[in-house]
Design a protein around this ligand. Structure first.
Ligand code: ZN
Length: 403
């Protein structure tokens, strides 16, 4: 046995698994799980007593096409391992940082040099997010190019991305979503669509989101920025969710919140929960411009959803089994089981008086914070980075904690 993960509380809600279990790892794979495994047989023992042992966390929305965008020209991506294994996350999905004109560097340079497992979506905009707004004229969508790019970059690429925000709404209207859907359909992959027009709001945004949900998205497609407060979001003036969202939920469209600098509103997340609408996944939209200021980390984003009202099981499910399902990877990702690659996120839940900030600057309170303790990726033991705050991983202390 190469490694024994000893004494932790295994929490794998996707399999309904909760309890104190030791995990034995050999050659990168889980070989045994039992209440007690003899440590004398292990080359290395990692004692995680009192900690939560979750399947390797999956962030469905993280901008990590680092080193390719140039500083000064909207550099916006974080090194994959900083957002990944050094933050307690074993799998990241880059949602369209690259388009067909510049995507291949992701497969050639980032996938082989990252310890974090990487997937990506190809932006329907030919230059991806290398300059924003990414679609200002019809030539900015190259449908054939996008289809070829998705095919040539499988299995790293799992789908197509469209940001339904900005001038694309004027230039293409709903046709942009139909083109992106065509690229996804022809490549047998998923479509993820960003909603929420944060920079300069367009009056047609709300109508286009209704149309997107009612006419374009199919079961398994993903709508991202569920909790946005901007035009093009899923809330009506009276604070209730639009009926098109309920129909999309029934149809099996995946709801992803993707926090980001602009698109996580605590009040909206609460209202949605009150109305029985919960996100299927929890993701960060992390990038170089928001990790120290707004989003901070996957685990802090999870802590924010605890503050919204989800349980610990709820947030682990939405960062393990649920995103694995959304990616069509339930057989390999999002569970702790014998025979699988040993991807494990060891976490600590710290009680306290915490204060969080959402994308509109509103502050809200929480009593539990999740922080990364150690990440196991294919059997390799990896320590977390120092963390996004000057003091590390814990969120900001609330008024009582500050005194
Ligand atoms: Zn994003």
């Amino acid at each position: 046995m190469d490694l024994l993960i000893q004494g932790g509380e295994v929490l794998d809600p996707g399999q309904g698994l909760r309890g104190r279990l030791d995990i034995a790892v050999s050659q990168g794979k889980i070989t045994q799980m039992a209440p007690r495994i003899d440590p004398r047989e292990a080359k290395r023992v990692v004692d995680v007593s009192g900690k939560v042992v979750a399947p390797g966390l999956i962030d469905l929305h993280a901008h990590v096409y680092a080193g390719v965008r140039t500083v000064g020209v909207n550099e916006n991506c974080l090194m994959p391992d900083l957002a990944g294994v050094q933050s307690g996350v074993t799998t990241l999905v880059d949602p369209g940082s690259g388009g067909c004109y510049n995507f291949s560097g992701f497969t050639r340079f980032l996938v082989p040099t990252s310890r974090t497992r990487l997937f990506a979506l190809v932006n329907i905009a030919r230059h991806g997010l290398f300059g924003m707004p990414e679609i200002t004229q019809r030539d900015d969508i190259d449908l054939e190019g996008a289809i070829t790019c998705v095919e040539q970059n499988k299995p790293t690429v799992l789908g197509v991305k469209l940001r339904m925000a900005g001038p694309v709404l004027d230039v293409f209207g709903i046709e942009a979503a139909r083109l992106a859907k065509r690229a996804a359909r022809e490549t047998h992959t998923k479509l993820m669509v960003h909603i929420g027009d944060s920079r300069e709001e367009r009056p047609q945004a709300n109508r286009l989101t209704q149309q997107l949900l009612a006419e374009v998205l199919e079961p398994g497609d993903i709508v991202t920025h569920l909790c946005t407060h901007h035009a093009g979001g899923v809330m009506r003036q009276d604070g209730t969710v639009i009926p098109e969202l309920r129909d999309a939920i029934k149809a099996g469209v995946v709801l992803d919140p993707a926090h980001g600098r602009f698109n996580f509103n605590f009040d909206i997340a609460r209202r949605q929960l009150d109305q029985g609408v919960t996100p299927d996944t929890i993701s960060t939209d992390i990038g170089l411009t928001n990790w120290r200021t707004t989003v901070h980390s996957m685990t802090e984003t999870m802590s924010k959803f605890l503050a919204v009202g989800l349980s610990l099981e709820d947030v682990i499910l939405r960062t393990t089994a649920n995103p694995a399902k959304a990616l069509g990877k339930v057989d390999t990702l999002g569970a702790i089981a014998v025979g699988r690659e040993a991807d494990v996120s060891v976490l600590e839940v710290v009680d306290g008086d915490w204060e969080f900030t959402d994308s509109s600057g509103a502050r809200f309170k929480g009593t539990r914070a999740i922080v990364p303790v150690v990440t196991i990726r294919a059997g390799e033991v990896i320590a977390p980075d120092w963390g996004p705050h000057p003091w590390g991983w814990l969120p900001a202390p609330g008024p009582r904690g500050r005194s």
